[in-house]
Design a protein around this ligand. Structure first.
Ligand code: FAD
Ligand code: A2P
Length: 417
């Protein structure tokens, strides 16, 4: 077939697009983009062709890979954001000839690791020894049905009297005989039933997996989630979260529609002498539970790496997994809890607890086998990075160099929402 060849001088663009069929609207790309080239409406996340410079900073953090789509177009005919907002699927590639030969913009920017790392706060690669994850095995077009085999309230009933947002559930999903291979640190998407006010199906919500790769119950084809019932928006106004309420109300035997798994960087190292420094708040404990439990199961088989956990919640009654956590042996995991709203006590955040243990945290930071995980409230990221910087510098480690190394070597992972 003879393809039309663009005349010399007509600019061609490798246009960056987001696949609306795979995108789970988690906002990670919009937050990551250093030049505000990504935006969204209630339907889609889209890329402004005239702003995007192909820096690739958004590619690795995207949990689904929806972000990594490109179409070769004449620059004058690039898809505008208004058109992208209406898409249910990506347009097919239109053949326009051997574009690379004709224009400087015919190819996307070469991946430059140094530039990319300057834009991101956490690693864009997994730990070197992490197992290879499967991602996007089940999609919006071909989802999977799982059966609820357990739904238990984790937080104390009394917590709700002081805090309306304290209902957190441990929910176990079983996949029967359908394969759903996962790793600790990955997440899944849940498609809640029903439609939005304008009649569109609800978009998927993302939940971290709280169980190890070999199942909530070892050897079973199941996994668990840690879901907080959302009853207020971020400003404290009453709001009934669509998916979290749906999940928290599910009964044993009900079915849910699942997509995923997602995530190819927030993964745990597999070498047994690696240390895990885990910092989380609230439901951000889900991946930490998965990793800790995997290590607990493997410990018998000779894992020697250290586990250090900083875990924050409003009160001990609101801390998911409080009971089981406090029963773990001290020589297995060094657990540090921080409560911000215990009556009669000063407000304490995870970063305060980290500073109190700065000598031990610094010891871990000095070790090239240490992997740092931060998960939970978006607001904690700044404070935790600040604490890490102070602890590093207080013990004579230059933070800019260490931070760069942690990112490059897949040893600092941030997942906040
Ligand atoms: P929506 O109907 O989407 O929102 C209702 C209102 O509540 C909106 O105004 C919204 O802005 C606000 N809102 C949304 N989320 C919150 C919140 N957390 N606190 C206060 N207000 C909120 N959630 C978990 O419970 N457990 C997890 O393990 C978990 N892992 C996640 C991992 C990733 C990578 C991401 C991006 C999100 C994760 N979430 C997790 C959040 C989850 O995807 C949903 O956003 C959350 O359950 C709210 O969905 P909803 O449908 O109930 O609320
Ligand atoms: P606070 O009492 O100030 O809200 P939540 O219950 O909303 O999921 O929050 C979990 C914990 O994280 C709470 O103790 C909350 O304290 C705390 N928190 C709030 N903001 C930050 C922050 N910037 N850094 C660390 N922890 C925070």
């Amino acid at each position: 077939m003879n393809l039309p060849v663009p005349p010399i001088g007509i600019e061609v663009l490798k246009q960056h697009l987001i696949d609306p069929e795979i995108c789970i609207r988690c906002n990670t790309c919009e937050e990551t983009c250093p030049i505000d080239a990504i935006t969204h409406d209630e339907n889609n996340y889209v890329v402004k062709a005239e702003v995007c410079n192909g820096c690739m900073a958004c590619i690795s953090p995207c949990p689904t890979g929806a972000i990594d789509n490109w179409r070769t177009v004449f620059k004058a005919e690039a898809y505008g954001i208004e058109e992208q907002f209406t898409w249910d699927e990506l347009p097919a590639e239109k053949p326009i000839g051997d574009v690379g030969a004709n224009t400087e913009q015919g190819t996307i920017a070469e991946e430059d690791d140094t530039d990319r790392l300057a834009f991101v706060r956490g690693a864009v690669v997994p730990p070197w020894s992490a197992a290879k994850p499967y991602v996007n095995l089940y999609t919006h077009k071909a989802p999977l049905t799982a059966t609820i085999v357990g739904n238990y309230r984790l937080t104390d009933e009394s917590a709700e009297r002081t805090s309306p947002a304290a209902d957190i559930h441990h929910i176990v999903l079983d996949f029967g005989s359908t394969p759903f291979p996962v790793l600790e640190g990955q997440s899944i998407g849940i498609l809640p039933p029903g439609t939005t006010r304008d009649g569109k199906p609800h978009h998927a919500r993302q939940y971290s997996i709280a169980s190890p790769r070999n199942g909530e119950r070892p050897g079973y084809n199941n996994l668990s989630l840690t879901v907080k019932r959302v009853t207020q928006d971020h400003e404290g106004n009453a709001a009934e979260g669509v998916c979290s309420n749906y999940l928290c109300d599910l009964k044993k035997g009900d079915t849910v529609t699942v997509i995923g798994p997602f995530g190819s960087t927030f993964l745990m190292p597999n070498h047994p002498n690696s240390h895990l420094l885990m910092i989380c708040t609230g439901t951000g404990s889900a991946p930490m539970r998965a990793m800790t439990e995997y290590r607990r199961r493997r410990r018998l088989k000779g894992a020697t790496g250290k586990l250090m956990l900083f875990f924050g919640a409003r009160t001990k009654e609101e801390l998911p997994y409080f009971g089981p956590l406090t029963k773990l042996p001290k020589d297995f995991i060094d657990t540090n809890l921080a409560f911000s709203r215990t009556p009669g006590q000063a407000k304490r955040y995870v970063q305060d607890a980290m500073r109190e243990r700065s000598a031990d945290v610094a010891q871990l930071l000095k070790d090239e086998h240490t992997y740092v995980y931060v998960c939970g409230l978006r607001g904690m990221e700044d404070g935790v990075l600040q604490a890490l910087q102070e602890i590093a510098e207080g013990s004579g480690i230059g933070w800019p160099g260490l931070w760069e190394r942690l990112k490059r070597e897949g040893r600092l992972h941030l997942e906040t929402y």
